[in-house]
Ligand binder design. Structure first.
Ligand code: C2O
Ligand code: CU
Length: 508
């Protein structure tokens, strides 16, 4: 544990941190954003009965995103993102959350098949953790892959203010795709009041149909014109939506983002996590193609090579690139305004520290984009043994700029739950009748994506969040109800959750 494979060798924790471009400060809690939290030896926190024990404290911080951009935020262990947890698949952990905020909080382990009582949903799986209290989460880390953890209490405030972090579970069966070096990059949108509001993400592109300048994009804008909402831009949205003006990578906005070092010839793995409340991003590395290897932590049969990768809120992708073009290059988001708002980080080849990078280029034109139906997934989910049940879910809302969002015309807590028995095979068909994309996330178990916008996936990819595109986007997913309990099933945009787009999957 605490090692990373670099050129086939095992590295000490200190070497790994150096390679990660992180400061190895010795004390875990002092590591800069995105640092890996490794088991502490002796002293402060030792395992109990062979179990790993990890301490997280949620508290308010003053956070500098970039010179001159200082905000009041919320953080785990004083850093944004919070400490990266690295666990082995199957390992039991005990995570002690201390709430030093002046309001309640909880933690949700997104993409981890935890027991229901450990799922972190206030009022459903646990009582909110009150200020000054602690709560102990205990679970077995599985399945392997790029997961994350975040607050599940008033996400429209707490998630937006920084209570999120990577959770990497190293697969028991080994890594399916080789790499020489890795970095974790967490993307986030912020409403700081220090810049011009950016257009919010409307269409979604992950299904391969929408996007800027696309036909549906144009139609969306025309429909909005007719509805009297006109234009794009944060201020045109529902009355309570924050005006997002800053984009960060690992808690920092360019030029404060920390450059990533690579060496010529390396295969570099990037674990991308979108912690944004509102925005999808389209990630590109100038001068390089990206090989997508995992969807929400789950391996594909083979990597899929693209120029750029749309990533919706709460999604994760692992990508790999071959460092074959020495120099300095920007990794950035091509969505208009995002790179300028901070969403860019330099990738610098060893020995080319002074090289001048070309400026980021906006827009999707001419780019090969990732979308769900490009890939073939591995069948990693438990097999069903029970009944097959199908559900139709119509997503609507946001009409005339309202903040009300519905599933089958109902708002949580009035939405109808899915009722399943352990072992059942559930198929859920989404149709999005609204003008915004909805990244739908199921707690407690992952699912297969069987079709996207009517296009069938012969070898379904496995995910736990899926972006249902605006304007009649559709998706069919399937999961085996293997994890008993009451599970949240919701849009991951906190303002849409607030507006009612939540339901329960009850597995008895
Ligand atoms: Cu990542 Cu219910 O959340
Ligand atoms: Cu939504």
């Amino acid at each position: 544990m605490g090692t990373a494979a670099v050129k086939g060798k095992s590295l000490s924790r200190r070497e790994f941190l150096r390679l990660s471009g992180q400061a190895g400060l010795g004390a875990v809690a002092l590591m800069a954003g995105g640092g890996t939290l490794l088991p502490r030896q002796g002293g402060a926190a030792q395992g109990t009965g062979g179990m790993r024990e990890i301490h997280l404290e949620a508290r308010e911080v003053t956070w500098e995103m970039a010179p001159g951009k200082v905000i009041k935020a919320m953080a785990y262990n004083g850093q944004i993102p919070g400490p990266e947890l690295r666990l082995r698949e199957g390992e039991r952990v005990r995570i002690v959350l201390k709430n030093s905020l002046s309001e309640p909080t909880t933690i949700h382990w997104h993409g981890v098949d935890v027991p229901n009582a450990m799922d972190g949903v206030p009022g459903i799986t646990q009582k909110p953790v009150q200020p000054g209290e602690t709560f102990v989460y205990e679970f077995e880390a599985r399945p392997g892959g790029t997961r994350w953890y975040h607050t599940h209490f008033q996400e429209h405030k707490q998630l937006d203010l920084g209570l999120y972090a990577p959770l990497i579970i190293e697969p028991a069966g080994g890594e399916p795709f080789g790499f020489d070096r890795e970095y974790t990059l967490v993307l986030d949108d912020w409403a700081t009041g220090t810049g011009r509001p950016l257009p919010s993400t409307r269409e979604g592109t992950a299904g391969g149909r929408g996007g800027m300048g696309g036909m549906m994009g144009g139609m969306g804008r025309m429909m909005e014109g007719m509805m009297g909402r006109g234009g794009m831009g944060g201020m045109m949205r529902g009355g309570n939506s924050p005006a997002y003006d800053t984009m960060t990578i690992n808690g920092k906005a360019y030029p404060a983002t920390q450059p990533l070092k690579v060496s010529k010839g390396e295969r570099v793995r990037l674990r991308l996590i979108n912690a944004s409340a509102d925005h999808s991003h389209v990630v590109r590395l100038a001068g390089h193609r990206l090989q997508v290897t995992h969807t929400d932590g789950n391996p594909l049969v083979q990597p899929v090579e693209v120029d750029a990768l749309p990533i919706a809120p709460s999604e994760r992708y692992d990508v790999r690139f071959v460092a074959a073009r020495p120099g300095a290059w920007f990794l950035y988001c091509v969505e208009p305004g995002h790179a300028a708002a901070g969403e860019q980080v330099l990738i610098v080849y060893e020995g080319r520290e002074g090289a001048k990078p070309e400026a980021p280029a906006e827009g999707l034109a001419g780019l090969d984009l990732w979308h769900y139906s490009l890939a073939r997934g591995r069948d990693v989910l438990p097999a069903a043994s029970g009944q097959e049940r199908t559900y139709d879910l119509v997503l609507s809302g946001g009409m005339m700029g309202s903040d009300e969002w519905t599933i089958n015309d109902k708002r949580y807590p009035n939405t109808d739950p899915l009722r399943l028995r352990k072992g059942d095979r559930a198929r859920v068909r989404f149709r999005n009748m609204s003008m915004e994309a909805h990244p739908m996330h199921l707690h407690g178990q992952s699912f297969k994506v069987l079709s996207v916008n009517g296009q069938h996936l012969p070898a379904p990819i496995v995910k736990d969040s899926v972006d249902v595109e605006a304007h009649m986007g559709s998706l069919l997913i399937e999961f085996t109800a293997h994890n008993p309990g009451d599970w949240f099933f919701h849009c991951h945009k906190p303002m849409h959750m607030e507006g009612g787009m939540i339901m329960l999957a009850k597995i008895g």
